[in-house]
Design a protein around this ligand. Structure first.
Ligand SMILES: [Zn+2]
Ligand SMILES: [Zn+2]
Length: 273
């Protein structure tokens, strides 16, 4: 897994389309997708699974078993509701194979719930558009913000007024979103995805040889669609593109990004290769 820092936040990850995707957020003690179950993942107590394709989910049994072996508490695993039962069956079969009852806490997500993480953080699952039931996740931070009606106040006015009235309100600010595998509708249809400080979005294809229709047919996003919808990404501080097809070299990806993304978006984009 490769370590990288985006907007002062450390991540650890691996992501190649059809091969393996898993991104760990160490300071939140969680990971998006298990990938094939690499060692740094074992210490992470919460797994947010986007869907059941093997490049994203085959590491779940290994993760569960390794945590038992190391006497760590059963990991919390969230997944699309339709995946819960099949995943439970897979894990039951592996318990049978190992003749050992492994501990884990698996639950299908409820799309209307803010699940608490530690401190001021929480997460919510958002349905995405793929070949199988899937969702992405947004991490929120609870912050206190000046109420809109007082936004014209100057610093000294705020200092004076706040002695007698509450000028602030609590809001859930979207800090990180992880798309998993999805068509671009995941971005277009969800305001909190578009407002995320850091957005991990899949971008499986980048050239004419694999056109937009093909990406859509397989439930993926094409670089050309991201370029076309740059306006939807105006509020995103950092766009991290993941899940590139293994057919592309790093150079090919970098030059495609430079050629097709509008300069303002290109300056805010990182290709995770
Ligand atoms: Zn995938
Ligand atoms: Zn997939």
């Amino acid at each position: 897994m490769k370590e990288f820092v985006i907007r002062n936040t450390k991540f650890l990850g691996v992501s190649t389309g059809g091969v393996e995707t898993s991104v760990i957020v160490p300071h939140l003690h969680l990971a998006f997708d298990s990938g094939r179950g690499q060692s740094p993942l074992i210490e992470i107590p919460t797994l947010l699974m986007t869907h059941g394709h093997l490049d994203h989910a085959s590491g779940v049994p290994y993760y569960v078993s390794q945590r038992c072996l190391r006497h760590l508490p059963g990991g919390k695993i969230f997944c699309p509701p339709e995946l819960e039962d099949p995943l439970r069956r897979v894990l039951a079969i592996w318990c049978e194979i190992e003749d050992f009852q492994m501990e884990f806490d698996l639950q299908g997500v409820d799309y209307n719930t803010h699940y608490p993480l530690y401190g001021n953080f929480s997460f919510k699952a958002i349905r995405s558009v793929h070949r199988v039931p899937s969702n992405g996740y947004t991490i929120y931070e609870r912050v206190r913000k000046l109420k809109k009606e007082f936004s014209h106040f100057t610093g000294p006015e705020i200092a004076e007024k706040k002695k007698s009235m509450d000028l602030f309100e609590e809001v859930q600010s979207p800090v990180i979103t992880f798309s998993g595998d999805t068509q671009i509708e995941f971005l277009l249809d969800n305001p909190d995805v578009r407002k995320s400080r850091i957005l991990f979005h899949e971008c499986t294809y980048v050239d004419e040889q694999r056109p937009v229709e093909r990406a859509r047919k397989w439930g993926h996003t094409h670089l050309f669609e991201i370029a076309e919808n740059a306006a939807a990404l105006q509020e995103v501080d950092r766009l991290v593109l993941i899940h590139f097809s293994p057919r592309y070299s790093r150079d090919k990806i970098e030059s495609a990004l430079k050629r097709h993304l509008p300069p303002d978006l290109y300056a805010r984009t990182t290709a995770f290769v």
